[in-house]
Design a binder for this molecule. Structure first.
Ligand code: ZN
Length: 412
Protein backbone atom coordinates (compact mmCIF):
# COMPACT_ATOMS: atom_id res chain seq x y z
CA UNK A 1 0.00 0.00 0.00
CA UNK A 2 1.54 3.30 -1.13
CA UNK A 3 1.47 6.55 0.81
CA UNK A 4 -1.36 8.76 -0.43
CA UNK A 5 -0.72 12.45 -1.20
CA UNK A 6 -1.75 13.64 2.24
CA UNK A 7 0.41 11.06 4.01
CA UNK A 8 3.40 11.89 1.82
CA UNK A 9 3.04 15.60 2.64
CA UNK A 10 2.74 14.76 6.34
CA UNK A 11 5.96 12.71 6.28
CA UNK A 12 7.73 15.48 4.36
CA UNK A 13 6.59 18.08 6.88
CA UNK A 14 7.80 15.89 9.77
CA UNK A 15 11.27 15.52 8.24
CA UNK A 16 11.50 19.28 7.58
CA UNK A 17 10.53 19.97 11.18
CA UNK A 18 12.86 17.31 12.62
CA UNK A 19 16.00 18.56 10.84
CA UNK A 20 15.49 21.94 12.50
CA UNK A 21 15.74 20.35 15.95
CA UNK A 22 18.66 18.90 17.89
CA UNK A 23 16.76 15.67 18.36
CA UNK A 24 18.32 12.26 17.71
CA UNK A 25 16.54 11.75 14.38
CA UNK A 26 16.86 15.42 13.39
CA UNK A 27 20.64 15.11 13.64
CA UNK A 28 20.65 11.72 11.92
CA UNK A 29 18.65 12.97 8.91
CA UNK A 30 20.78 16.13 8.67
CA UNK A 31 23.98 14.04 8.71
CA UNK A 32 22.57 11.79 6.00
CA UNK A 33 21.57 14.77 3.86
CA UNK A 34 17.85 13.93 4.06
CA UNK A 35 15.77 17.09 3.52
CA UNK A 36 12.32 15.67 2.78
CA UNK A 37 10.38 13.18 0.64
CA UNK A 38 8.40 13.79 -2.53
CA UNK A 39 7.71 10.22 -3.68
CA UNK A 40 7.24 6.64 -2.51
CA UNK A 41 10.79 5.90 -3.74
CA UNK A 42 12.19 8.69 -1.54
CA UNK A 43 10.23 7.36 1.39
CA UNK A 44 11.47 3.79 0.97
CA UNK A 45 15.05 5.07 1.01
CA UNK A 46 14.59 6.56 4.50
CA UNK A 47 16.49 4.63 7.19
CA UNK A 48 14.48 2.48 9.58
CA UNK A 49 14.09 3.57 13.17
CA UNK A 50 14.35 1.01 15.96
CA UNK A 51 14.15 0.33 19.65
CA UNK A 52 17.97 0.31 19.67
CA UNK A 53 17.93 3.97 18.47
CA UNK A 54 15.52 4.87 21.24
CA UNK A 55 17.82 3.26 23.80
CA UNK A 56 20.77 5.19 22.39
CA UNK A 57 18.74 8.37 22.71
CA UNK A 58 17.83 7.62 26.37
CA UNK A 59 16.39 9.42 28.19
CA UNK A 60 14.92 12.22 26.06
CA UNK A 61 17.13 12.40 22.99
CA UNK A 62 14.25 11.78 20.60
CA UNK A 63 12.21 14.68 21.96
CA UNK A 64 11.42 16.89 18.96
CA UNK A 65 9.60 19.79 20.68
CA UNK A 66 10.64 22.33 23.36
CA UNK A 67 10.34 21.15 26.99
CA UNK A 68 7.33 23.38 27.64
CA UNK A 69 5.30 21.46 25.05
CA UNK A 70 5.80 18.04 26.68
CA UNK A 71 2.94 17.08 29.00
CA UNK A 72 3.72 13.43 29.75
CA UNK A 73 6.19 10.61 29.18
CA UNK A 74 5.69 6.88 28.90
CA UNK A 75 8.23 4.13 28.99
CA UNK A 76 8.28 0.70 27.46
CA UNK A 77 9.29 -2.10 29.76
CA UNK A 78 12.67 -3.14 28.51
CA UNK A 79 13.31 -6.72 29.55
CA UNK A 80 16.95 -6.18 28.64
CA UNK A 81 19.03 -3.05 29.07
CA UNK A 82 17.82 0.52 29.28
CA UNK A 83 14.14 1.33 29.00
CA UNK A 84 12.80 3.55 26.24
CA UNK A 85 11.24 6.93 27.06
CA UNK A 86 8.64 8.51 24.78
CA UNK A 87 7.60 12.17 25.32
CA UNK A 88 4.03 13.26 24.40
CA UNK A 89 2.60 16.72 23.69
CA UNK A 90 -0.99 17.64 24.60
CA UNK A 91 -1.97 16.99 20.96
CA UNK A 92 -0.28 13.56 21.02
CA UNK A 93 -2.23 12.60 24.15
CA UNK A 94 -5.46 13.84 22.58
CA UNK A 95 -4.80 12.11 19.23
CA UNK A 96 -4.15 8.85 21.06
CA UNK A 97 -7.46 9.15 22.96
CA UNK A 98 -9.24 9.88 19.67
CA UNK A 99 -7.80 6.72 18.13
CA UNK A 100 -8.65 4.68 21.20
CA UNK A 101 -12.24 5.99 21.29
CA UNK A 102 -12.52 5.01 17.61
CA UNK A 103 -11.44 1.48 18.59
CA UNK A 104 -14.21 1.25 21.17
CA UNK A 105 -16.77 2.64 18.69
CA UNK A 106 -15.66 0.20 16.01
CA UNK A 107 -16.62 -2.74 18.23
CA UNK A 108 -19.97 -1.22 19.21
CA UNK A 109 -19.05 0.14 22.65
CA UNK A 110 -21.06 3.28 23.48
CA UNK A 111 -21.40 5.99 26.13
CA UNK A 112 -23.76 3.69 28.01
CA UNK A 113 -21.06 1.08 28.59
CA UNK A 114 -19.07 0.59 31.78
CA UNK A 115 -15.52 -0.33 31.04
CA UNK A 116 -13.52 -2.19 33.68
CA UNK A 117 -9.85 -1.47 33.07
CA UNK A 118 -7.44 -4.08 34.45
CA UNK A 119 -4.18 -3.34 32.61
CA UNK A 120 -1.59 -1.52 34.74
CA UNK A 121 -1.34 2.25 35.14
CA UNK A 122 1.97 4.06 35.37
CA UNK A 123 4.93 4.33 33.07
CA UNK A 124 3.61 1.93 30.51
CA UNK A 125 0.87 2.88 28.10
CA UNK A 126 -1.77 0.28 28.91
CA UNK A 127 -4.20 1.38 31.66
CA UNK A 128 -4.14 5.09 30.91
CA UNK A 129 -4.72 4.49 27.19
CA UNK A 130 -7.82 2.37 27.85
CA UNK A 131 -9.02 5.04 30.27
CA UNK A 132 -8.41 8.10 28.06
CA UNK A 133 -10.23 6.42 25.16
CA UNK A 134 -13.12 5.53 27.44
CA UNK A 135 -13.46 9.11 28.68
CA UNK A 136 -13.16 10.51 25.14
CA UNK A 137 -15.98 8.21 24.09
CA UNK A 138 -18.01 9.21 27.13
CA UNK A 139 -18.36 5.75 28.68
CA UNK A 140 -17.83 5.06 32.40
CA UNK A 141 -14.29 4.02 33.28
CA UNK A 142 -13.78 1.67 36.22
CA UNK A 143 -10.02 2.10 36.67
CA UNK A 144 -9.04 -1.04 38.59
CA UNK A 145 -5.52 -1.65 37.39
CA UNK A 146 -4.15 -5.20 37.67
CA UNK A 147 -4.51 -7.84 40.36
CA UNK A 148 -6.71 -8.26 43.43
CA UNK A 149 -9.11 -10.68 41.80
CA UNK A 150 -11.62 -10.58 44.70
CA UNK A 151 -12.02 -6.82 44.33
CA UNK A 152 -12.17 -7.09 40.53
CA UNK A 153 -15.07 -9.55 40.74
CA UNK A 154 -16.87 -7.52 43.40
CA UNK A 155 -16.70 -4.34 41.30
CA UNK A 156 -17.61 -6.25 38.15
CA UNK A 157 -20.80 -7.49 39.83
CA UNK A 158 -21.76 -4.41 41.88
CA UNK A 159 -21.08 -1.87 39.15
CA UNK A 160 -22.41 -4.13 36.38
CA UNK A 161 -19.37 -3.72 34.15
CA UNK A 162 -20.29 -4.39 30.52
CA UNK A 163 -16.79 -4.34 29.03
CA UNK A 164 -13.60 -5.91 30.38
CA UNK A 165 -10.20 -4.78 29.17
CA UNK A 166 -7.23 -6.96 30.06
CA UNK A 167 -4.30 -8.93 28.85
CA UNK A 168 -5.57 -12.23 27.50
CA UNK A 169 -3.86 -14.19 30.30
CA UNK A 170 -5.56 -12.11 33.00
CA UNK A 171 -8.90 -12.47 31.20
CA UNK A 172 -8.38 -16.24 31.28
CA UNK A 173 -7.68 -16.11 35.01
CA UNK A 174 -10.82 -14.01 35.66
CA UNK A 175 -12.90 -16.32 33.49
CA UNK A 176 -11.69 -19.39 35.40
CA UNK A 177 -12.35 -17.71 38.78
CA UNK A 178 -15.86 -16.60 37.78
CA UNK A 179 -16.76 -20.13 36.78
CA UNK A 180 -15.07 -21.72 39.80
CA UNK A 181 -17.03 -19.43 42.14
CA UNK A 182 -20.29 -19.92 40.24
CA UNK A 183 -20.65 -16.18 39.51
CA UNK A 184 -21.34 -16.37 35.80
CA UNK A 185 -25.03 -15.43 36.06
CA UNK A 186 -24.15 -12.41 38.23
CA UNK A 187 -21.90 -10.69 35.69
CA UNK A 188 -23.13 -8.33 32.94
CA UNK A 189 -20.08 -8.43 30.64
CA UNK A 190 -20.82 -8.30 26.91
CA UNK A 191 -17.49 -7.52 25.33
CA UNK A 192 -13.78 -7.90 26.04
CA UNK A 193 -11.02 -5.77 24.55
CA UNK A 194 -7.65 -7.44 24.86
CA UNK A 195 -4.19 -6.59 23.75
CA UNK A 196 -0.47 -6.76 24.21
CA UNK A 197 0.22 -10.43 23.59
CA UNK A 198 -0.38 -13.19 21.12
CA UNK A 199 -3.12 -15.59 22.05
CA UNK A 200 -4.14 -18.88 20.55
CA UNK A 201 -7.54 -19.89 19.19
CA UNK A 202 -7.90 -22.29 22.11
CA UNK A 203 -7.28 -19.58 24.71
CA UNK A 204 -9.71 -17.32 22.84
CA UNK A 205 -12.40 -20.01 22.91
CA UNK A 206 -11.83 -20.61 26.64
CA UNK A 207 -12.28 -16.92 27.48
CA UNK A 208 -15.18 -16.44 25.10
CA UNK A 209 -17.12 -19.40 26.48
CA UNK A 210 -16.01 -18.87 30.08
CA UNK A 211 -17.26 -15.28 30.16
CA UNK A 212 -19.88 -15.50 27.43
CA UNK A 213 -18.59 -12.37 25.67
CA UNK A 214 -17.43 -11.09 22.28
CA UNK A 215 -13.65 -10.65 22.07
CA UNK A 216 -11.68 -7.95 20.28
CA UNK A 217 -7.95 -7.52 19.73
CA UNK A 218 -6.49 -4.05 20.09
CA UNK A 219 -3.16 -3.27 18.48
CA UNK A 220 -0.46 -0.79 19.35
CA UNK A 221 2.90 -0.29 21.02
CA UNK A 222 4.34 2.26 23.41
CA UNK A 223 6.77 3.67 20.87
CA UNK A 224 3.80 4.53 18.60
CA UNK A 225 1.35 6.15 21.10
CA UNK A 226 0.41 2.84 22.81
CA UNK A 227 -2.49 0.41 22.33
CA UNK A 228 -5.31 1.83 20.22
CA UNK A 229 -3.90 2.36 16.73
CA UNK A 230 -6.11 -0.44 15.42
CA UNK A 231 -8.71 -3.08 16.34
CA UNK A 232 -10.62 -5.86 14.62
CA UNK A 233 -14.24 -5.18 13.62
CA UNK A 234 -17.33 -7.37 13.96
CA UNK A 235 -16.27 -9.37 10.88
CA UNK A 236 -13.26 -10.65 12.80
CA UNK A 237 -11.15 -10.53 9.66
CA UNK A 238 -7.96 -8.71 10.52
CA UNK A 239 -7.31 -5.44 12.34
CA UNK A 240 -8.41 -2.07 10.95
CA UNK A 241 -5.77 0.59 11.62
CA UNK A 242 -6.13 4.36 11.59
CA UNK A 243 -4.31 5.53 8.48
CA UNK A 244 -4.95 9.20 9.25
CA UNK A 245 -2.48 8.80 12.15
CA UNK A 246 -0.12 6.00 11.07
CA UNK A 247 1.22 4.55 7.84
CA UNK A 248 2.00 0.83 7.85
CA UNK A 249 4.27 -1.10 5.53
CA UNK A 250 5.37 -4.74 5.68
CA UNK A 251 9.02 -5.56 5.12
CA UNK A 252 11.14 -8.63 4.74
CA UNK A 253 12.80 -8.75 8.19
CA UNK A 254 16.07 -10.01 6.72
CA UNK A 255 16.54 -7.86 3.60
CA UNK A 256 14.54 -4.81 4.75
CA UNK A 257 12.75 -4.65 1.38
CA UNK A 258 9.12 -3.48 1.38
CA UNK A 259 6.82 -6.41 0.50
CA UNK A 260 3.71 -6.29 -1.71
CA UNK A 261 0.30 -6.24 0.03
CA UNK A 262 -0.75 -9.70 1.13
CA UNK A 263 2.75 -10.99 1.82
CA UNK A 264 3.79 -11.82 5.36
CA UNK A 265 6.64 -9.96 7.05
CA UNK A 266 7.51 -7.43 9.74
CA UNK A 267 5.20 -4.48 10.48
CA UNK A 268 6.94 -1.11 10.08
CA UNK A 269 5.05 1.96 11.29
CA UNK A 270 5.41 5.65 10.45
CA UNK A 271 3.65 8.23 12.62
CA UNK A 272 2.06 10.93 10.45
CA UNK A 273 1.22 13.72 12.89
CA UNK A 274 3.10 12.93 16.09
CA UNK A 275 4.83 15.91 17.71
CA UNK A 276 6.73 14.84 20.83
CA UNK A 277 8.53 11.86 19.34
CA UNK A 278 7.74 11.31 15.66
CA UNK A 279 9.00 7.99 14.34
CA UNK A 280 9.52 7.23 10.67
CA UNK A 281 9.68 3.60 9.52
CA UNK A 282 9.80 2.12 13.04
CA UNK A 283 10.52 -1.61 13.07
CA UNK A 284 8.03 -3.32 15.39
CA UNK A 285 9.26 -6.94 15.04
CA UNK A 286 5.57 -7.96 14.89
CA UNK A 287 4.83 -10.40 12.10
CA UNK A 288 1.69 -9.89 10.00
CA UNK A 289 0.56 -8.88 6.49
CA UNK A 290 -1.60 -6.20 4.92
CA UNK A 291 -4.93 -7.66 3.84
CA UNK A 292 -5.46 -6.27 0.31
CA UNK A 293 -9.22 -6.96 0.00
CA UNK A 294 -11.85 -4.56 1.30
CA UNK A 295 -13.43 -5.63 4.61
CA UNK A 296 -17.00 -6.99 4.42
CA UNK A 297 -17.96 -4.45 7.14
CA UNK A 298 -17.58 -1.66 4.57
CA UNK A 299 -15.14 0.46 6.59
CA UNK A 300 -12.45 1.98 4.41
CA UNK A 301 -9.68 1.85 7.02
CA UNK A 302 -7.02 -0.59 5.81
CA UNK A 303 -6.34 -3.85 7.60
CA UNK A 304 -3.46 -5.94 8.85
CA UNK A 305 -3.90 -9.61 9.70
CA UNK A 306 -3.84 -10.98 13.25
CA UNK A 307 -0.33 -10.65 14.67
CA UNK A 308 1.29 -14.01 14.12
CA UNK A 309 4.16 -13.54 16.54
CA UNK A 310 7.29 -11.49 17.02
CA UNK A 311 10.39 -11.97 14.97
CA UNK A 312 12.27 -11.95 18.32
CA UNK A 313 9.98 -14.64 19.86
CA UNK A 314 11.45 -17.07 17.40
CA UNK A 315 13.50 -19.83 19.02
CA UNK A 316 15.79 -22.40 17.53
CA UNK A 317 16.12 -26.05 18.56
CA UNK A 318 18.31 -28.55 16.67
CA UNK A 319 18.78 -25.83 14.05
CA UNK A 320 15.02 -25.52 13.42
CA UNK A 321 13.35 -22.10 13.75
CA UNK A 322 10.08 -22.13 15.68
CA UNK A 323 7.41 -19.63 16.70
CA UNK A 324 5.10 -20.04 19.72
CA UNK A 325 2.23 -19.82 17.19
CA UNK A 326 3.32 -23.16 15.68
CA UNK A 327 3.18 -24.82 19.10
CA UNK A 328 -0.28 -23.34 19.64
CA UNK A 329 -1.47 -24.67 16.28
CA UNK A 330 -0.38 -28.16 17.27
CA UNK A 331 -2.11 -27.98 20.68
CA UNK A 332 -5.28 -26.74 18.99
CA UNK A 333 -5.45 -30.07 17.18
CA UNK A 334 -4.93 -32.19 20.28
CA UNK A 335 -8.12 -33.31 22.00
CA UNK A 336 -7.99 -32.70 25.76
CA UNK A 337 -5.19 -30.10 25.69
CA UNK A 338 -5.82 -26.68 27.28
CA UNK A 339 -4.37 -23.50 25.78
CA UNK A 340 -1.65 -23.30 28.42
CA UNK A 341 1.85 -24.61 27.89
CA UNK A 342 5.49 -23.85 28.63
CA UNK A 343 8.65 -24.73 26.79
CA UNK A 344 12.02 -25.20 28.46
CA UNK A 345 15.12 -25.53 26.34
CA UNK A 346 18.49 -26.73 27.64
CA UNK A 347 21.68 -28.12 26.20
CA UNK A 348 22.83 -31.62 27.04
CA UNK A 349 26.63 -31.23 27.12
CA UNK A 350 27.37 -34.97 27.35
CA UNK A 351 25.56 -35.77 24.14
CA UNK A 352 26.05 -32.31 22.60
CA UNK A 353 22.39 -31.87 21.76
CA UNK A 354 19.52 -29.52 22.63
CA UNK A 355 16.67 -30.77 24.81
CA UNK A 356 13.21 -29.29 24.51
CA UNK A 357 10.74 -29.95 27.32
CA UNK A 358 7.11 -29.14 26.58
CA UNK A 359 4.68 -28.98 29.50
CA UNK A 360 1.00 -28.93 28.53
CA UNK A 361 -2.15 -28.81 30.63
CA UNK A 362 -4.56 -31.71 30.06
CA UNK A 363 -8.26 -31.25 30.73
CA UNK A 364 -8.64 -34.85 31.91
CA UNK A 365 -11.09 -36.05 29.24
CA UNK A 366 -8.33 -37.83 27.34
CA UNK A 367 -5.63 -39.90 29.03
CA UNK A 368 -2.42 -37.96 29.57
CA UNK A 369 -0.41 -40.78 27.99
CA UNK A 370 -2.44 -40.69 24.81
CA UNK A 371 -2.17 -36.88 24.62
CA UNK A 372 1.56 -37.02 25.12
CA UNK A 373 1.96 -39.53 22.26
CA UNK A 374 -0.17 -37.45 19.92
CA UNK A 375 1.71 -34.21 20.68
CA UNK A 376 5.08 -35.87 20.15
CA UNK A 377 3.95 -37.31 16.81
CA UNK A 378 2.56 -33.95 15.62
CA UNK A 379 5.79 -32.14 16.53
CA UNK A 380 7.82 -34.70 14.66
CA UNK A 381 5.70 -34.58 11.51
CA UNK A 382 5.06 -30.82 11.36
CA UNK A 383 8.22 -29.25 12.76
CA UNK A 384 10.77 -32.06 12.61
CA UNK A 385 11.69 -31.83 16.29
CA UNK A 386 10.86 -34.29 19.07
CA UNK A 387 10.20 -32.65 22.45
CA UNK A 388 9.98 -34.38 25.84
CA UNK A 389 6.29 -33.94 26.66
CA UNK A 390 4.83 -33.72 30.16
CA UNK A 391 1.09 -33.37 30.75
CA UNK A 392 -0.13 -31.72 33.96
CA UNK A 393 -3.69 -31.04 35.22
CA UNK A 394 -5.45 -27.79 34.21
CA UNK A 395 -4.53 -24.91 36.51
CA UNK A 396 -1.00 -26.17 37.21
CA UNK A 397 0.88 -23.69 35.01
CA UNK A 398 1.06 -20.05 36.18
CA UNK A 399 -1.56 -17.51 35.02
CA UNK A 400 -0.02 -14.10 34.72
CA UNK A 401 -1.48 -10.60 35.05
CA UNK A 402 1.02 -9.44 32.48
CA UNK A 403 2.40 -11.18 29.46
CA UNK A 404 2.74 -14.93 29.92
CA UNK A 405 6.27 -16.20 29.50
CA UNK A 406 6.07 -19.34 27.40
CA UNK A 407 9.65 -20.13 26.54
CA UNK A 408 12.59 -20.44 28.97
CA UNK A 409 15.95 -21.01 27.35
CA UNK A 410 18.80 -22.23 29.60
CA UNK A 411 21.36 -22.50 26.81
CA UNK A 412 24.17 -20.01 27.28
ZN1 ZN B 1 -14.11 -4.47 9.01
Amino acid sequence: MQLNDIQLKQVDAQIKRLINTDSYYGKMYKDMGITGVSSQEDFEKLPFSSKADLRNAYPLGIQAVPDEDVVRIHSSSGTTGKPVIIPYTAKDVDDWATMFARCYETVGITKKDRIQITPGYGLWTAGIGFQAGCEKLGAMAIPMGPGNTDKQLQMMIDLKSTVITATSSYALLLSEEINKRGLKDKICLKKGVFGSERWSEKMRANIKNGLGIELYDIYGLTEIYGPGIGINCECGTGIHYWDDFVYIEIIDPVTGKTLPDGEKGEIVITTLVKEGAPLLRFRTHDISRIIPEKCPCGRSYPRIDVIEGRSDDMFKVHGVNMFPSQVEEILRDVDGASSEYTITIAHDEDNNRDIMILTVEGEGRVSFEQMSKQITALFKSRIGVTPKVTIVPVGTLPRSEKKTKRVTDYRS
